[in-house]
Design a protein around this ligand. Structure first.
Ligand SMILES: Cc1cc2nc3c(=O)[nH]c(=O)nc-3n(C[C@H](O)[C@H](O)[C@H](O)COP(=O)(O)OP(=O)(O)OC[C@H]3O[C@@H](n4cnc5c(N)ncnc54)[C@H](O)[C@@H]3O)c2cc1C
Length: 139
């Protein structure tokens, strides 16, 4: 999220290629954390692409171009709202109802999104913890 020709220049908000209030604020949050880490001399990995923050960062920093979109070239880039299509697929998992029946249709879709959301929360927690650990180590 920095200018290649001059990495001192950072981008945040809609100008990064996201769209919407929440997405723009999210890219401000990531840019702010990265700038703060740099000022404190710390290395910070970008948020995992399994999280909403990371999925957006991945999209705007090249994920779109190497993604599975039919015309996945830089020219076909579109400003992006956050959506489940940006998240990496779940591994092989059989989605079942609480009574053990195989889920189909809309129920399957809802269960898939729920699992993606739980994965995102876990991975976001781990990302934040790793930053707190780095902070304690340098304090
Ligand atoms: C009509 C309309 C309706 C929308 N409705 C929705 C909606 O319902 N929900 C939603 O999620 N999103 C909506 N959006 C999108 C949303 O407004 C933007 O995605 C979001 O505001 C972008 O936030 P930002 O802080 O990145 O940029 P902005 O809100 O555009 O803020 C950029 C600021 O930088 C200032 N600026 C620009 N150039 C300079 C300069 N050279 N020097 C100093 N300051 C400068 C501008 O004046 C502006 O205040 C809508 C947008 C429009 C146009």
């Amino acid at each position: 999220m920095r200018l290649k020709a001059d990495p001192r220049v950072r981008f945040a908000g809609q100008v990064t290629g996201v769209e919407g209030y929440v997405e723009s604020a999210a890219m401000g949050l990531v840019a702010g954390r990265m700038a703060a880490a740099q000022a404190l001399g710390r290395q910070v990995a970008p948020p995992p692409d399994t999280t909403a923050l990371g999925a957006l960062v991945n999209h705007i920093t090249g994920g779109h171009v190497v993604g599975q979109i039919e015309d996945s070239t830089a020219r076909s880039f579109q400003p992006m709202n956050v959506n489940f299509g940006l998240f990496p697929e779940l591994g092989p998992v059989e989605l079942k109802s609480p009574d053990g029946k195989r889920l189909k249709g809309a129920d399957k879709g809802r269960a898939r999104k729920r699992l993606m959301s739980l994965r995102a929360l876990d991975d976001l927690g781990a990302w934040l913890s790793s930053q707190q650990a780095a902070q304690s180590a340098t304090a």
